[in-house]
Design a protein around this ligand. Structure first.
Ligand code: NCD
Length: 308
């Protein structure tokens, strides 16, 4: 297969196994490109991309921008705190104004789940979801799977654990969809109040004892507690959360195997993982960030080839 089955990347939910294979194969090529002295290819010289960030971001925004520039696309950036959204303009109006400046592709982060899906019905450009509220964050899940494959070989049959605030995490949902497509076994662990009831219906196991969960897994993906998405308190205090669900080096060293630690960032050092875990050999957190650029180059390149 040489084409994606979709015109937009709105969520992993809309992709199939062949799409993932094609994205990973294309990312292999771009990973080689970005390790060359000249880290740039002219592939998208005729494409203009707008990065619309209606929610905070560091890594994802920089990663998309670098990916676009390394493909030689023209890039414009927009963040809602500095825009007319604050003056009451609707999302469709804001985006249509941007598109009338002849933009071909939008990368959008938005606090509302389904914002990308909504927009895809109203506008005529390719959309990449860079995180929509607590719903999906497809490029993060793609770079996570790519990093696991790179580190461990096959994903099929591997035990992957996701720890923390499953309820408010778009990284959790997109990872679950992506890893299941590739045949992984999945488990989540966290405070019961932060694990949605529907999770077992997705075929994901639930464990509230962190030590048992870590003992089961090959890889633990540690998530940040999404305080900004909470309107009430889901656990007694950060200290208690850390005592029960924080990973320390002592805990890792007490397991009878060496597991791989992942984190999408931003890390709250000393909350979900301690510094010595974040900086240990077992952590592949910075490899994830590196792979993010190659994965985003692959996604943008493949979607752009459907525009022409
Ligand atoms: C994640 C996000 O924004 O969903 N971060 C990221 O994209 N690297 C996770 C988070 O904010 O905790």
């Amino acid at each position: 297969m040489s084409e994606l089955s979709v015109k937009h990347l709105l969520g992993i939910k809309y992709l199939n196994k062949d799409d993932l294979k094609l994205i990973f194969k294309t990312a292999d090529h771009f990973k080689e490109v970005i390790n060359r002295p000249i880290k740039k290819v002219p592939s998208l010289r005729d494409i203009t991309i707008a990065n619309l960030f209606f929610e905070n971001s560091t890594r994802t925004k920089l990663s998309f921008e670098l990916a676009e520039k390394r493909l030689s696309a023209d890039v414009i950036n927009f963040s809602s705190s500095q825009s007319s959204v604050a003056k009451g303009e609707t999302l469709v109006d804001t985006v249509n104004n941007i598109l009338s400046m002849k933009v071909d592709m939008l990368v959008m982060r938005h606090p509302n789940p389904g914002a990308g899906v909504f927009l895809s019905k109203h506008i005529n450009a390719s959309i990449i979801n860079a995180g929509d509220g607590a719903h999906e964050h497809p490029t993060q899940a793609l770079l996570d799977s790519y990093s696991i494959k790179e580190h461990l070989g096959e994903i099929k049959g591997r035990n992957i654990l996701i720890v923390g605030d499953i309820m408010h995490s778009r990284v959790a949902l997109s990872n679950i969809f992506a890893l299941q497509l590739q045949g992984a076994n999945l488990m989540v662990c966290g405070p019961k109040s932060l694990i949605p009831k529907y999770i077992t219906s997705l075929g994901v196991a639930v464990e509230t004892d962190l030590r048992k969960a870590l003992q089961w897994c090959d890889v633990a993906n540690m998530l940040r507690v999404q305080n900004e998405r909470m309107d009430m308190s889901y656990f007694p205090s950060t200290r208690e959360y850390t005592q029960q669900f924080g990973v320390t080096k002592t805990l890792l060293d007490s397991l009878d195997k060496e597991i791989t630690i992942m984190h999408p960032g931003p890390i709250n050092r000393g909350v979900e993982i301690t510094s010595d875990v974040a900086d240990s050999k077992q952590a592949i957190i910075l490899n994830q960030v590196e792979n993010g650029v190659a994965i985003r180059m692959a996604v943008i390149y493949l979607l752009a080839s459907k525009i022409k």
